[in-house]
Ligand binder design. Structure first.
Ligand code: ADP
Length: 159
């Protein structure tokens, strides 16, 4: 039973994140998508709202669960009995940060492996910040996020 975790801010979850989860479940038995509760980061959505949106997106996937964590990601992985950490790699610009994190996490826990997955090319320019900015100015986000997220963004920005 090979379980992995996919940690991130998911503020909010985009089709790029979903693409990564779908690739991960082809390789592993269970994926836990886990929202990082980071007190130093100001987010548009609360942790609870982000967990709710993710849960809705993966409602029909029996091998995907959603939770949240604070503290070290490797500690959370160990607590859940996960063997690895999934992260997404969109472009060379992501690489340095992801590489640093992977090596730091390996330093902290040698038995937890980081797996970097690349999304479909059409998602390589997509990130949550762009979506928040687009929605703030009432732009059409429907192509880039699941319906539940589009709805929540419309409620947040009243359009
Ligand atoms: P974090 O603050 O931890 O980077 P994010 O929610 O921005 O949280 O991203 C979580 C993970 O998903 C990261 O590994 C990031 O590179 C990846 N990711 C974000 N957007 C995409 C996308 N469009 N396609 C593939 N991976 C993505």
């Amino acid at each position: 039973m090979k379980k992995v975790i996919y940690p991130g801010t998911f503020d909010p979850v985009t089709n790029g994140h979903i693409d990564i989860v779908k690739r991960a479940i082809e390789l592993f038995d269970e994926v836990v998508v886990t929202v990082a509760k980071n007190p130093t980061k100001t987010c548009l959505f609360t942790v609870e709202e982000r967990v709710e949106m993710l849960s809705e997106c993966f409602r029909e996937f029996s091998n995907v669960t959603v939770d949240w964590f604070d503290g070290l990601v490797v500690e959370h992985a160990k607590q859940l009995g996960a063997i690895g950490i999934i992260r997404g790699l969109r472009a060379v610009s992501d690489f340095e940060y992801e590489f640093q994190m992977a090596l730091m996490n390996r330093n902290l826990a040698d038995d937890i492996t980081t797996i970097l997955l690349m999304p479909h090319a059409k998602y390589t320019y997509l990130n949550s910040t762009i979506i928040r900015n687009l929605a703030q100015f009432k732009g059409d986000v429907s192509e880039f996020v699941p319906q539940v997220v589009e709805q929540r963004l419309k409620e947040k920005f009243s359009y």
